[in-house]
Design a protein around this ligand. Structure first.
Ligand code: TTP
Length: 396
């Protein structure tokens, strides 16, 4: 079966991280977010993957190329992000036979994609405690009843099965991709699903685990998930005076200097330098060519390519973009005194992250002056700077 992977979105809720890198290409453990989806499709037996690209399309194309893991990759351009059905419709000329559609910004448990392909026509669902914020499936009575409909954000959810954005469609669905605009002004795939449900028995395939990566803290959660799957491997240059505990991966070309303690899961990528005397813990990703220097503690964070946190700093539960430079003594607060959940601004609105601990999100090229203090849930936009000794309490 061919798999269509949607990767054309602008990722507006992921800003500033998605300003230079399209969201599907943001790092999750050892590969971009969308590569986890493409891998799941290939592991499930996809014969070809059609990537729908648009925003920052070349970055996606460069990574996957014409063939990836021995499977042909083709590309469909979606000129304008007019909705998920419109995105699949952009791939229409590539389709024949039954086909799967997966979101390039969702993490699925890979075994479930296998089951999805086998059960075609089928739709992935996840059991959630409060379904009222999701598209919710209604099903025929009985444990394995087929899907009878999807309702968006219902006040009275018919089941607790949330739509997990992964579908296996019969060949005929290719003719049903042109759906009218929804109330949101988008051409939505759920309207295609509605037609499939009318004509076919659609099996719900329940996922054990699923994550929709839309906002910066969900990128942290994605890394928490996928870093935990890593197996210990030390290929880099590690000092005898460093202590590496648990699932730590140090790639070839990375350096870990004396006095460093790393508690896994952690991934130190090629060309990164850690230490001397640094402490890395939690699920932490230190990307290629990043530098974590003397007396720096990094906890549960993503430190992107080429970023330096060189002296006397604490960074917890944070995402630092590319080529960020934290001046000596820059410290991140990741916990409120009142223990309340940390809030973060998404598209101009303050929303709860549902996390007690969350630090900062710094866009590419942010530079902080020495002894900068950064408060929880802070967003520093691409290229923002701070003065020496500043306490930053408002996004900039
Ligand atoms: P969304 O998460 O709804 O959109 P987005 O990724 O652009 O993010 P944001 O809302 O923060 O701006 O999209 C779900 C998936 O579908 C995602 O993988 C992107 C993809 N998509 C397209 O490929 N084309 C589209 O027109 C839309 C709306 C989404």
């Amino acid at each position: 079966m061919k798999a269509v992977v949607l990767a054309a979105g602008q990722g507006t809720r992921m800003r500033p991280l998605s300003e230079s890198i399209p969201k599907p290409m943001l790092p999750v453990a050892d590969r971009p977010l969308a590569a986890h989806t493409v891998d799941a499709a290939i592991d499930a037996g996809a014969t070809e993957v059609v990537l729908v690209i648009g925003y920052e399309a070349e970055t996606v194309r460069e990574y996957f190329g014409p063939e990836y893991r021995g499977v042909p990759i083709s590309y469909a351009i979606q000129e304008e992000q007019a909705g998920t059905a419109d995105a699949v419709n952009a791939a229409r000329d590539h389709l024949e036979g039954p086909f799967a559609v997966l979101n390039g910004d969702n993490l699925y448990d890979p075994a479930a994609i296998d089951r999805l392909f086998d059960a075609c026509p089928a739709i992935c669902a996840i059991e959630v405690a409060d379904p009222s914020n999701y598209g919710v499936l209604s099903t025929e009575p009985g444990r394995d009843g087929s899907v009878t409909g999807i309702v968006e954000k219902p006040a009275e959810p018919p089941t607790n099965l949330a739509n997990a954005g992964a579908y296996a469609f019969p060949a005929e669905a290719r003719e049903w991709l042109e759906v009218p605009e929804s109330e949101r002004g988008e051409h939505e795939i759920t309207d295609v699903v509605a037609q499939v449900i009318d004509e076919y028995d659609v099996t719900p395939v329940t996922l054990e685990r699923w994550l929709d990566v839309g906002r910066p803290w969900e990128l942290l959660e994605a890394n928490e998930w996928k870093l935990a799957d890593l197996e210990r491997r030390i290929d880099g240059d590690v000092s005898e005076d460093a202590r590496l505990e648990g699932a730590v991966v140090v790639e070839e070309g990375a350096t870990v200097e004396p006095g460093v303690v790393i508690e896994g899961p952690a991934l130190i990528r090629e060309g990164a330098e850690v230490g001397p005397n640094a402490y890395v813990r939690g699920a932490t990703l230190i990307e290629a060519d990043a530098e974590v220097g003397h007396a720096v503690e990094i906890k549960n964070s993503v430190i992107s390519r080429g970023t330096s946190v060189s002296h006397l700093s604490y960074v917890g539960d944070s995402v630092l973009g590319r080529h960020v430079n934290f001046g000596a003594g820059t410290n991140v607060a990741n916990l409120r005194h009142d223990d309340d959940d940390i809030r973060f601004t998404v598209k101009g609105e303050r929303v709860s992250t549902d996390r007690r601990k969350f630090g900062v999100v710094a866009g590419d090229g942010v530079k902080t002056g020495i002894n900068t203090s950064l408060t929880p849930g802070l967003k520093l936009t691409t290229g923002a700077t701070t003065m020496p000794g500043e306490t930053v309490e408002r996004d900039r």
